[in-house]
Design a protein around this ligand. Sequence first.
Ligand code: GLC
Ligand code: CA
Length: 559
Amino acid sequence: MANDWWKNAVIYQIYPRSFRDSNGDGIGDLQGIISRLDYLQTLGVDAIWLSPVYESPNVDYGYDVSDHRAISKDYGTMTDMEELIFEANRYGIKVILDIVYNHTSDQHRWFLEARRSKKSRYRDYYHWRPGTSDGPPTDWVSAYNTSAWELDEQTGEYYLHMNSRRQIDLNWENPDVIREVEDMMTYWVRKGVSGFRIDQLGHINKKKSLPSYEEFANKHADPHFKIIKDEGAHPYIRQLNEAIFSKYGMMTVGESTSSTPEEALLYTDPDRKEVNMIFSSEHLQAKEKEKKQTDASDVIKLKKVMEKWQKTLENKGWNTLFWCNHDEPRIVSRYGNDREYRAESAKMLAATLHMMKGTPYIYQGEELGMTNPVFDSIDEFRDSKSLTEFQQRYFEGNEEKSKILEGLNETTRDNARTPMQWSDAENGGFTDGTPWIKLNGNYSHVNAEQAVMDPDSVFWFYQKLIQIRKTHPIVTEGTFDLLEREHPSLFVYTRRFENKLLLVISQFGEGEAIFDLRQQNLSIKSGELLLANYPADQTLPEESIRLRPYETRIYLCGQ
Ligand code: GLC
Ligand code: CA
């Protein structure tokens, strides 16, 4: 099944702006990526997913696209893009593009045309509504915690934006919009890309009834996404599948952060012909972002969420496996210990995730165990969402500056967006100029050059996890079972396939924990150690294992 290459693949996400700057303007670019393909090949990944490099006014750094067929000058030219696709393929690395079509930038030609007149042929590409006596058409709240409707003075109607005021939601009920998406995707298929990551796929279709936000706010922790999410998106996705994904053998992953596993099944069941997999962040919500210390209830919740996703998509559909992306704080700072046990916890988290069933995604710098930086003042932030939050809380909420900063340090998307740490040279070897966003000060000892030289580094641990996936079909195929469900810190599971059993034992804490094999009923014949982050028994002990802080072990056993 040549088209199913992604089932056994590991995908690396690049946030181009922060990956590698080749011309000293302080902004990462396409030539910078080309210059590091050998590094990615050493790591062993199969594909790279590029966050948007299209033309954009950068309100949301590329997630506000003004032209889907043009490369932003910040990143290079179309020739650079063609060269990247060609060179990557030469290294055996496929290229996945980020497609942002839930909305466009307000600078997109369509929107400029649409707002000119109610009669424009582009008017119906977007959602327009007359106001009410209270102002906006509904009480919908955007991801920026403002009204999701903006009044357009010229035509006197409101337009919908579920993200920032300058990212205008497209109207997928208009067949012309889907036709445009198909044309644009075909354009990129012809350039040689291997797949698409589709931004906010779960939200492309808006509930026609425009239900009240209030109603949802009382029922859901995450009302913003719940008000818009609608079953109605599926027919549109099937249409794209038929016209593009199946036709050209494209790999597809849709973003749908608030989906349940049952909903994920609807998107990913191959019989339904929609997408291969989706990103939901339920596992990252097991612990509140603002909370510093991970406690037993977080670990137990995390295990249950992971188990539910593994089990629901076990026989049909497919999982994504990820800890990090450009929207989320660094995982070592979130579920690990980014100081005394930085490397140990980074490896433990990696092993726990990568031995599950699904396609793992590594976000740039995760393979180095990169951590959240410390932002000392509001001037150091670049993320428009964080800047808006600061404005609202400081000027409108009258909150104390230090308190807002403390919160933002935990939650800001900039945690993931500080430049990739290549070496201990100035600016971490990211740029010869002034970086567009500050670096994390720990690049002096957390960097790729150091990691590649040290056989015991987080980098080589990730490389080995990828190799294990490539050598043992059990990692791709095996069924998943969680053990020690109620244990406060141990995360233990098995995978079974043919006559083999894979046993993954992880300690999510700093104390000691004991895993007693005699209480498990596993009927294992013998086990051999595949990988661990401390010196450990080469064969599986028969009685119990005493785990050290953030220890992880992977045993391959006969059964
Ligand atoms: C997705 C992206 C995020 C962006 C948003 C709007 O959630 O991951 O970075 O801000 O969509 O495009
Ligand atoms: Ca540059």
